[in-house]
Design a protein around this ligand. Structure first.
Ligand code: SF4
Length: 458
């Protein structure tokens, strides 16, 4: 075991279409900073834009001592395994590590002989140790977990220079410009049944050191910043102080983040303050339009809070990007009720998501035990496809109902009827076109899905 000199960081491609934007590989930029602080020389390959990057490095005679592979979600597990096997064949002496959310909740899905170490949960302290002390090769991966995770979420300013060669690609979709990515918190204190975030972060909710965030925000060149948190505002005092520090430091960026509705409905003044420093959009997990369904999701929220939150955000000039889930027990009347909700509250650009039981979540366990998962094929666990047995109709009819509501929601009739809030026509038109391309994509991909499932379910 010797201290690594050359460290290679690899960001895998996604197995999905891009809804909001393509973002920088932040976790690897953080790991690059840590590795450099420990005296290592670092290379980064973003396979999304450099599919032959590993082979090209090898041709130049490059040979890493330590490789760090990031993961995305369940749908990319095979891709990450394949990348690890490629690394193993090119650089048989390198130590290969993997970590991230899906590795934490389903380590058994990762190829045991392709990695030397699989890190569960927060990995920044362990990564520093790996870079400082080195690791030895293993015949099968060893599971490692940091037993002393600090309460505060702290790490050095990400090394954005390491991804400079790809930076032109990190942009928002639908005509948006260049965008940076940042994190301010990690995990979530809630326990929704469909959500992989809380098990993936070992039930922790950590707040980043505010001075670190301010320093990093000041260093970001892009005007638009995507805050990649799952729940930025769960701690009112933290979020309020952070906004005050941004104001004191003269920081103004166009920002988007995610938040629960109840935090918004309890503290409208907080969101007015954040709007004044540039918060433009909030992804808000409304999930359902009935208290009964919210209860089933263990969302610990109610419809009244959801509606109030949408109204507060609109008053503040922040667009709510409302997420709504489509569970498999829906009938046609349920789809119609969802449409009526969207109309009534003039939700500009709702994201309607088939309920997807990601392995490692409570929902996965429940639907698996009931035998209601129609395919385990990971390429369909991208939150775009229904992979559950519908209760009241066949799979094709259910998919048709889903497509129909998407078309009704993103229709010119809804826009010109005045039911789309204050979104400008050209922006709505981009969504309108995007959704129609998206539906064509779904129809094409579903042909494969239908071949995988029991024909009696179609
Ligand atoms: S509130 Fe959001 S992030 Fe937290 S557990 Fe529920 S869905 Fe996941």
């Amino acid at each position: 075991m010797k201290k690594p000199e050359h460290v290679l960081l690899i960001y895998p491609p996604l197995n999905n279409i891009v809804f909001f934007g393509t973002f920088e590989p932040l976790v690897l930029e953080i790991f690059s900073s840590i590795a450099k602080q420990e005296g290592c020389k670092v290379e980064l390959i973003d396979i999304r834009f450099d599919p032959k990057g590993l082979e090209n490095l090898a041709e130049k005679g490059y040979s890493p001592d330590l490789i760090g592979l990031a993961t995305h979600g369940y749908s990319e597990v095979s891709i990450v395994n394949e990348l690890a096997r490629t690394c193993r064949s090119i650089w048989p002496h390198a130590v290969i590590t993997v970590g991230g959310g899906q590795a934490t909740i389903t380590p058994e899905l990762f190829d045991a002989t392709a990695y030397d170490y699989l890190v569960k949960g927060p990995g920044e302290n362990l990564w520093r140790r790996f870079c400082r002390e080195g690791l030895s090769r293993q015949s099968e991966y060893q599971l490692i977990q940091d037993d002393h995770v600090s309460k505060e979420y702290t790490f050095p300013t990400p090394d954005r220079g390491i991804s400079e060669k790809y930076r032109q690609h990190y942009r928002l979709t639908r005509g948006g410009g260049r965008a940076a990515f940042i994190v301010m918190t990690q995990g979530c204190p809630f326990r929704c049944t469909f959500c992989a975030i809380w098990p993936a972060s070992l039930k922790l909710y950590r707040l980043r050191v505010i001075d670190e965030i301010v320093t990093e925000m000041k260093s970001i060149k892009e005007d638009y910043v995507y805050i990649g948190d799952d729940n930025t505002f769960a701690n009112y005092n933290f979020a309020n102080r952070l906004a005050d520090e941004f104001i004191a430091a003269g920081i103004y960026k166009k920002m988007v983040t995610a938040c629960r509705a109840d935090h918004i409905s309890k503290h409208p003044e907080l969101f007015e303050k954040w709007a004044s420093i540039g918060l433009k959009e909030i992804i808000i997990g409304i999930e359902a339009t009935s208290d009964e369904q919210l209860e089933q999701f263990n969302k610990a929220a109610n419809v009244a809070d959801n509606i109030k939150a949408i109204q507060i955000l609109k008053q503040c000039g922040i667009r709510p990007i409302v997420h709504l889930l489509v569970p498999p027990h829906w009938n046609h009347a349920d789809f119609d009720r969802l449409y009526d909700f969207i109309i009534e509250y003039r939700i500009e650009t709702p994201i309607i998501i088939p309920l997807t039981p990601i392995p490692g979540t409570k929902d996965y366990k429940m639907y698996k035990e009931k035998g209601e998962i129609v395919t385990e094929s990971e390429e369909f666990f991208t939150f775009n496809f229904n992979v559950l047995k519908p209760k009241h109709m066949g799979l094709k009819a259910f998919d048709h109902a889903y497509d129909r509501i998407e078309k009704r929601v993103y229709s010119l009739k809804r826009y010109f009827g005045g039911y789309c809030g204050d979104i400008k026509f050209m922006e709505y038109l981009r969504w309108y076109i995007f959704i129609r391309i998206y539906l064509l994509y779904l129809r094409k991909r579903r042909k494969k899905l239908y071949k995988l499932v029991n024909p009696a379910l179609l």
